[in-house]
Design a protein around this ligand. Structure first.
Ligand code: DX5
Ligand code: ZN
Length: 221
């Protein structure tokens, strides 16, 4: 299993000072910065586009992990790559030609990830597992920060890690997103996740470094 990584989601940051917010979590020990892009169609909320990725890029050396919760992602992938995304993840539910979209991401020189909503079965991505660098399993229904963790996803995480191991795809990151805090992190890591997205838990805390440390330590107890 790849190493544990903590990816604070800027969805819960102060948008009026994003550069500073990103620098604070980098200094606090974050591994990636998670960037939530929403279009008001695929999910019932709107956030921002590639301009914001471009604006935060100079403020951190950490990889920008861009989570596209949008319909027709192919039209925007080159823009996000140019803006400085290190990895781009697309929802299987939003892609009619998932294999093509994954390869479009890779053709930009960016790592490719695929995301599943809590109710979507793993079988939807069985035939693209060897084409991706990471799989993101949503542990809430996407659209908002601060929602409650959906426990039923835990066996799906375990089954995904098993399928990856059986196929020798041991370097693929298994990321989880939604409702992650110091009580849910140990459960998802035990099941096989190694990238923890956390918005509210980290940016909702006055001491971001302490929150990141506490989250990391919760997984080793
Ligand atoms: C939800 C987003 C998440 C969100 C997680 O649609 O994809 O990345 O920011 O927020 P928390 O950690 O607050 O549940
Ligand atoms: Zn996200």
């Amino acid at each position: 299993m790849p190493t544990l990584k903590i990816a604070p989601s800027i969805l819960s940051a102060d948008f009026a000072k994003l550069g500073e917010e990103v620098r604070t979590v980098e200094q606090g020990g974050a591994d990636w910065i998670h960037v939530d892009v929403m279009d008001g169609h695929f999910v019932p909320n709107l956030t921002f586009g590639a301009l914001v990725v471009d604006a935060i890029r100079p403020h951190t050396k950490l990889p920008l992990d861009v989570h596209l919760m949008i319909e027709r992602p192919d039209a925007y992938i080159p823009d996000f790559a140019r803006a400085g995304a290190a990895m781009i993840t697309v929802h299987a539910e939003a892609c009619t030609h998932l294999h093509r979209t994954i390869h479009l991401i890779r053709d930009q020189g960016v790592k490719a990830g695929v995301v599943l909503n809590p109710a979507t079965p793993l079988s939807m991505i069985d035939f693209v597992l060897s084409d991706v660098d990471l799989v993101l399993l949503m542990t809430v229904n996407p659209g908002f920060g601060g929602q409650q963790f959906i426990q039923e996803v835990i066996p799906k995480i375990r089954e995904l890690r098993k399928r990856l191991d059986e196929r020798g795809l041991t370097e693929i990151d298994v990321e989880v997103d939604g409702g992650i805090h110091d009580a849910t992190a140990p459960l998802v890591v035990e099941a096989g996740a190694n990238v923890l997205v956390a918005g509210n838990y980290i940016f909702g805390s006055a001491d971001r470094a302490a929150a990141i440390t506490k989250l990391r330590e919760s997984t080793t107890k």
